[in-house]
Design a protein around this ligand. Structure first.
Ligand code: 8X3
Length: 243
């Protein structure tokens, strides 16, 4: 049975991806900080729950110990956005958290699990964002974090060209999950809802999860370098059709 690790599996894209990978026959190791949530998920999908804060070296070492010597898929999904303030009034503690999770956290998990991925001819999937493409107003901290993560992905693919492992990146645009915007705006539901105001059908976590499963299940010689995925109503960051 093939094994997959999904970080940030307690909600949103991570949870959806864990469920879809399990439906494809993977044994899924669900990693996240909120242990009750992933324990429940692991029960439902016959997987494994490992408490893991990707900013903690000790937690990541425990995750690697649970994985063992072989790993087929790592979905580096843990991360997210905090705030939408202009640079002039930026909360640098929020930036620190975004960089710690999106850049350092994904790198820490990747370093720890890379030997097992190489041993299994596995595949790494990084969930970045269309925010990695360019800076938008109020998004500088998040865009910097996602662009930083992308730079790690690009370097890694070059460094690993002679190894039996693939390095892939998926860049979601507007995805409506239970928590992404709510977390970004510190629980302010009105601000979170405004992000999706009038958009007939933003992507769901499952839409992105399906694409991740497809990327992760190509034959071993096929590397999907990068996939951008947006709802039909979003042609570009600010070109959003609101009916
Ligand atoms: C989510 C896309 O537009 O909030 O990563 O940057 S956006």
């Amino acid at each position: 049975m093939k094994t997959a690790v999904v970080t940030g599996a307690s909600s949103g894209i991570g949870e959806a991806t864990a469920r879809l990978l399990a439906a494809e026959g993977f044994r899924v190791i669900c990693a996240a900080r909120r242990v009750e949530r992933i324990e429940e998920l692991a029960r439902e999908i016959d997987g494994v729950a490992i408490r893991c804060d990707v900013t903690s070296q000790q937690d990541v070492e425990s995750l690697a110990a649970a994985v063992g010597d072989n790993l087929d898929v790592l979905v580096n999904n843990a991360g997210g956005a905090l705030g939408l303030e202009p640079v002039a009034s930026a909360d640098l503690d929020a930036w620190e958290t975004m960089l710690q999770t999106n850049v350092f956290g994904t790198t820490r998990v990747t370093k720890a699990l890379l030997p097992a991925l190489i041993a299994a001819e596995g595949v790494l999937v990084f969930v970045t964002s269309t925010a990695a493409d360019w800076g938008y107003e109020g998004g500088a901290g998040y865009c910097a974090a996602k662009a930083g993560e992308r730079s790690v992905v690009e370097a890694l693919r070059l460094e690993l060209v002679d190894k039996p492992v693939r390095v892939t990146e998926i860049c979601p645009g507007m995805v409506r999950t239970d928590e992404f915007a709510l977390t970004r705006f510190g629980g302010d539901k009105a601000r979170a809802d405004a992000v999706y105001q009038g958009v007939a059908e933003p992507l769901t976590a499952g839409d992105v999860g399906e694409a991740i499963v497809w990327m992760a299940t190509r034959p071993s010689h096929v590397n999907i370098d990068r996939m951008t995925i947006r709802p039909r109503a979003q042609a570009a960051q600010y070109k959003v059709h609101r009916g």
